[in-house]
Design a protein around this ligand. Structure first.
Ligand code: DGL
Length: 267
């Protein structure tokens, strides 16, 4: 492992690109290797053991691509087994749940935090337990929003149906009076304008992307592993298990750069 190696990220699809965007902003000199498991997406409705297996398979692949740090840029895969990946593999691996919790706790004034995520993430209670560990007096209101991932992956975020679905899922959280809402799925920042429209301007939306990128930066800096070359020399690599077309379209509009994504099925 050396400082010139890349940062590896994984997700079930385009969601982890919201974390990539922050890495590009905070660590522009770092090379990125990304794997989006679009052929097996969504992860949210799958059993935890299966998600853990998929994530481990991808981590093994990323390691063959010379990475120095891995970000599990998927809440469902983080909830399914971050401690397991950290124990199984010998390089630093971080997830997206703890960073999101830290950011939310800094923002809440009423101590009423809403959490939205996939069925797997919400059923795992990973957010609730982490928030309570930090501050047992905070009230947590959780809601699974399984259709959101499909809306994002299919480029439907600006459709009237997206607004309708968001109103349906978010009503209980609005009624509970949360002042902070954790977007507990890396896909959700891609539809934050819809979520914000439903929740109103007084509810602060929290994406873990910025805090996760900061954590990556701190780990690399402490380990003397920050890449020293100029950002212009950076070359990123993107892989998907499904068709790269839709992934490229959403990714290019989010990252404002052209992507050439390789299709690669893992054995
Ligand atoms: N971006 C993944 C997450 O953060 C989405 C999971 C899915 O594919 O359902 O949980």
């Amino acid at each position: 492992m050396n400082s010139n190696h890349a940062i590896g990220l994984l997700d079930s699809g385009v969601g982890g690109l919201t974390v990539v965007k922050e890495i590009m902003k905070q660590l522009p000199q770092e090379k990125i290797v990304y794997y989006g498991d679009t052929a097996r997406m969504p992860y949210g409705s799958r059993p935890q053991a299966q998600v853990r297996g998929f994530a481990s398979q991808i981590i093994n692949f990323l390691i063959t691509q010379e990475v120095k740090l891995i970000i599990v840029a998927c809440n469902t895969a983080t909830a399914a087994g971050l401690p397991y990946y950290q124990q199984e593999f010998s390089l630093p691996i971080i997830g997206v749940i703890e960073p999101g919790v830290r950011a939310a706790l800094r923002q809440t004034k009423r101590k009423k935090i809403g959490v939205i995520g996939t069925e797997g993430t919400i059923a795992s209670k990973a957010y609730e337990e982490s928030i309570k560990r930090h501050d047992p007096t905070v009230q947590v209101y959780s809601q699974a929003c399984p259709l959101f991932v499909l809306i994002v992956e299919n480029g439907l975020v600006d459709s009237p149906e997206a607004l309708c679905v968001a109103e349906h899922y978010l009503r209980p959280l609005k009624e509970a009076g949360v002042d902070v809402l954790i977007l507990g799925c890396t896909h959700y920042p891609l539809m934050s304008h819809v979520i914000s429209k439903v929740m109103g301007p007084d509810v602060k939306l929290i994406s873990s992307a910025a805090e996760t990128a900061l954590e990556a930066k701190n780990i690399l800096s402490k380990g003397n592993m920050l890449r020293q070359a100029a950002p212009e020399t950076v070359k990123h690599r993107f892989f998907v298990s499904g068709n790269p077309g839709a992934f490229n379209a959403i990714g290019e509009s989010l990252l404002q750069c052209s992507l050439s994504t390789y299709q690669l099925l893992l054995p």
